[in-house]
Design a protein around this ligand. Structure first.
Ligand SMILES: [Zn+2]
Length: 294
């Protein structure tokens, strides 16, 4: 049922919008002819949470756990794309750190995005597209660093953070922070479902709701590395993925399970590897800018 990856279902533009992202008819499968030339991992922070059981319900109660926060930069032709933006840069010198949910988790930033872009000769103004996995603050903390980029996110996510306040207090804190961090991008593309960004199979947004209503993952095609799926928060830990465990903070457990299953199917179909954003042990093994995957 998930074979048709390239259905850009009902692309909508909001509020005004620009550009030439996609206009693919739903259900049409296009050939995979394109590649991302380079995929860079950026260190976008790390965090310490005081209760692992939030991510592993019923297990690891009261145990500390350290997570990575990861951003990626992609080069496609003359375009520069960012996948997520990490912890806000202005918190770098704050010894207390920064938080999305102060009772649970504290983030620290060791290096700014700007300094990591500079290592490869780029500045934030070179970034064409900001692809947002979802609206949690540790993923959109630096959206305002890229005022000229086109921000691409799922309509369901945008409507969630701008809709009726969630009844759950933690979720309400998260969406309030999300509105503040997202602000009002000059160029905002709201998409629905999967999107083949260049119509060539090289960069595909994959709808993976459950963690939040409009969560998405990203599948990229590299000439030498093959297919890589960037998780977003469809899963936080390799062990959760193996054992099909859904964090307690996710908004929809059934959707979360279906989204993990969908990623497994894609991995099998495309021999893809999965880079899990917050799994620090896995992340520490991956190449870091200025090194890259090609
Ligand atoms: Zn998240």
């Amino acid at each position: 049922m998930f074979l048709l990856l390239i259905a850009a279902v009902g692309l909508n533009l909001y509020p005004v919008l620009s550009t030439e992202i996609v206009n693919v008819t739903a259900g049409v499968t296009l050939p995979n002819t394109g590649f991302v030339e380079r995929l860079y991992r950026l260190d976008c922070g790390h965090s310490l949470a005081n209760d692992e059981s939030v991510w592993t319900p019923g297990e690891n109660v009261g145990k500390n756990i350290e997570f990575s926060s990861t951003c990626y930069l992609l080069r496609h032709g003359s375009d520069v794309l960012m996948w997520d933006t990490g912890v806000p840069e202005e918190t770098i010198d704050d010894p207390k750190g920064w938080s999305t949910l102060p009772s649970l988790i504290v983030y620290h930033l060791d290096r700014t995005i700007s300094s990591q872009l500079a290592e490869i000769g780029l500045t934030p103004s070179d970034v064409t597209y900001l692809l947002i996995s979802h609206s949690h603050g540790d993923h959109i903390g630096n959206v305002k660093l890229f005022p000229d980029a086109t921000v691409v996110m799922q309509r369901a996510e945008y409507e969630w953070i701008n809709g009726a306040p969630p009844a759950d207090a933690n979720l309400n804190i998260l969406v309030t922070l999300a509105r503040e961090l997202l602000g009002h991008p000059k160029r905002l593309e709201l998409v629905t479902g999967d999107v083949d960004l260049y119509h060539d199979g090289s960069v595909r947004l994959i709808s993976t709701p459950g963690h939040t209503p409009g969560s998405q993952s990203l599948m990229v095609r590299l000439r030498n590395t093959g297919y890589v799926i960037l998780s977003g928060d469809v899963v936080h830990l390799e062990d959760n993925f193996r054992r099909n465990i859904v964090p307690g903070l996710n908004v929809d457990k059934a959707q979360s399970l279906a989204s993990m299953e969908r990623i497994r199917a894609l991995m099998a179909q495309y021999s893809a590897v999965l880079f899990i954003n917050h799994d620090k042990q896995q992340t520490d093994r991956l190449k870091l800018v200025p090194q890259y995957y090609d």
